[in-house]
Design a protein around this ligand. Structure first.
Ligand code: SF4
Length: 381
């Protein structure tokens, strides 16, 4: 399994809570970036020549900020550069308000078969409060454009625990979102990241978040409501209609390999974890000369690979396949993590079922506590 991720680090403007690598940029910078990215695509196409790739994911930022011509050029280049398996999942992230009929057509013509739409909320007041550059009406409009272009595999991103959001509002948002009949939902809780305007405002007492119990109630409600509507929870924050699980994201959670192309992208290939520079100027200057521009590049040790397989695999409702772990590392989960597993099982947070170690329902609501138990200090053998 090999996935390909491509980062487009541009947005209309910055949302108040966002610490992703993205910025508003002038058209000449975007064009220079795409030319540099084209050179990086050629580099990685040569490195992976002949290797079968399973998924392609264009994320950001806001990929749909590109013009229809730019989208067509970069997506067509990507689809031709790598050896994708037949019927591969080809996702593009889109934000309402940046999608036009021409762009939706360009995405479909280039082969995109899945769109991940950043809806985030279904209340114009909330959308404005968190700095989104779109309205509820534009979410509906975008879903219509995507379907009209012939793409029926649609994910909606939603955020729970927004400033001033009540449980009632969250329930209403989910009900509205379900009416759009997407095939997939990603529902993440708002996290206050340092270096964001939200973090600053919170520190200064100018931003009020829902109490923890209210956010926990939203999470619990989502776990009840979406399955009733036919969306199976297959990961802590992700729900899908049967067969519509995000294949690209499964590559991350199952710790398969993926390439990360573009400024700020992360990759994991041949036991090397790497990231590209977030310095846009450096990225453009380097790749213009066909020179790689990495910020980090380090081999992943066996211990690190085991830890990752555990804490990422436990995000999946199915859990970690104990046999796969053994096949991969020639030792069992119990030999490596026996004490942690016993302790967490005694607290009712994890359980073993049919060859998988997984979170219990209680464990799902305390996921971070469980995951941290599987991160060992680097030097422990
Ligand atoms: S649209 Fe997404 S990537 Fe862009 S600023 Fe907002 S949250 Fe960040």
């Amino acid at each position: 399994m090999l996935g390909v991720y491509v980062h487009i680090p541009f947005c209309l403007r910055k949302c108040g809570y966002c610490d992703f690598h993205s910025t508003a940029a002038a058209p000449p910078v975007i064009e220079a970036y795409l030319q540099a990215l084209a050179n990086e695509i050629e580099f990685w196409a040569r490195q992976t020549a002949g290797e079968l790739c399973s998924t392609l994911y264009i994320g950001g930022g806001t990929p749909t900020i590109l013009t229809p011509g730019q989208l067509d050029r970069i997506l067509t280049k990507l689809a031709a550069a790598f050896n994708f398996e037949p019927g591969f999942e080809f996702t593009v992230e889109a934000n309402p308000g940046t999608l036009t009929p021409e762009k939706a057509q360009a995405l479909a013509q280039a082969g995109a078969n899945r769109i991940s739409l950043g809806a985030q909320a279904f209340d114009d007041g909330l959308l404005q409060k968190i700095g989104r550059a779109h309205t509820v009406g534009q979410i509906h409009e975008s879903v219509g454009l995507i379907r009209k272009a012939g793409i029926d595999n649609i994910n909606l991103d939603l955020i729970e625990g927004l400033p001033g959001q009540s449980l009632d509002q969250w329930q209403a948002a989910l009900a509205q979102a379900v009416q759009l009949k997407p095939s997939h939902f990603s529902c993440y809780s708002l996290i206050l990241e340092e270096n964001t305007p939200f973090y600053q405002a919170y520190q200064e007492g100018e931003l009020t978040l829902p109490p923890e119990e209210e956010t926990a109630a939203m999470f619990a409600y989502t776990q009840e409501y979406l399955p009733q509507q036919g969306y199976c929870q297959y990961e802590i924050s992700n729900y899908a209609k049967p067969g519509r699980e995000a294949r690209h994201n499964l590559i991350y959670w199952q710790t398969y390999s993926y390439l990360g192309l573009g400024s700020g992208a992360h990759g994991y290939y041949r036991q090397i974890r790497y990231s590209s520079t977030e310095d846009l100027g450096r990225y453009i200057r380097s790749w213009r000369k066909h020179e790689p521009a990495y910020a980090s590049w380090e081999p992943v040790t066996a211990d690190q690979a085991m830890d990752e397989m555990m804490f990422l695999g436990l995000r999946l409702v199915k859990g970690v396949n104990l046999n796969s772990f053994y096949q991969r590392f020639q030792c069992s989960v119990h030999e490596v993590y026996g004490a942690e597993v016993d302790r967490l099982a005694a607290r009712g947070l994890i359980e073993e079922r049919e060859g998988f170690l997984r979170l219990t329902k209680l464990g799902r609501s305390l996921g971070n506590l469980v995951f941290s138990a599987f991160v060992r200090p680097p030097l422990r053998s």
